[in-house]
Design a protein around this ligand. Structure first.
Ligand SMILES: [Zn+2]
Length: 178
């Protein structure tokens, strides 16, 4: 996590639409990325966390919600039992940005389908344990995602009260002010 805010713009747009897809070249960088499968601390994730924090919510970052399940949530609200996953549009097969690579199509399709199946399985296991899985696409607006999450956390555990809209405005003003 960098100390520097991601920038003055809170609305986050997809970083890669096309032409920038990873290829099957097995460079160390690509391998590392594939093994990780989830890019931690993407700009939406950081912005989302800052807005929620500014709104008074407290959470844990990159934790496993369930013991024995080797899956890490990006943002975890323990008492409310909410696990937030910020899913990369490419790796998790976002319906809006599903730019399936043409080279080695079978390989990538299998890879992405496997991730999707794993996501569904994670959600089901969490639900069975009384948790709510909230999925946020990398391309989503951080403000809207924060509002959605805040409402769910409040619903499941009445807590701190500032509105996320107010917190987002303050956050943006602070960034602009430097
Ligand atoms: Zn997307």
């Amino acid at each position: 996590m960098t100390a520097r805010p991601p920038g003055p713009v809170v609305r986050v747009t997809p970083r890669r639409q096309n032409g920038d897809m990873p290829t099957l070249e097995t460079t160390p960088k690509i391998r590392a990325r594939m093994s990780k499968q989830r890019s931690h601390d993407t700009s939406i994730e950081i912005t989302l966390r800052r807005i929620l924090h500014a709104a008074g919510f407290r959470y844990r970052v990159h934790r496993k919600p369930l013991k024995g399940m080797r899956r890490e949530a990006d943002i975890l609200f323990g008492p409310a039992r909410i696990a937030v996953f910020v899913d990369g549009c490419f790796w998790h097969g976002c319906p809006e940005h599903a730019t399936w690579p043409k080279n080695n199509a079978g390989f990538w399709r299998e890879k992405i389908e496997k991730n999707r199946a794993r996501d569904l399985d994670t959600d089901a296991r969490l639900a069975a344990a009384g948790w709510l899985s909230v999925r946020v696409w990398e391309h989503e607006s951080a403000v809207e995602a924060a509002e959605r999450i805040a409402a769910l956390v409040r619903e499941r555990r009445p807590g701190p009260g500032r509105s996320t809209a107010e917190a987002a405005t303050e956050y943006t003003a602070r960034l602009v002010a430097g």
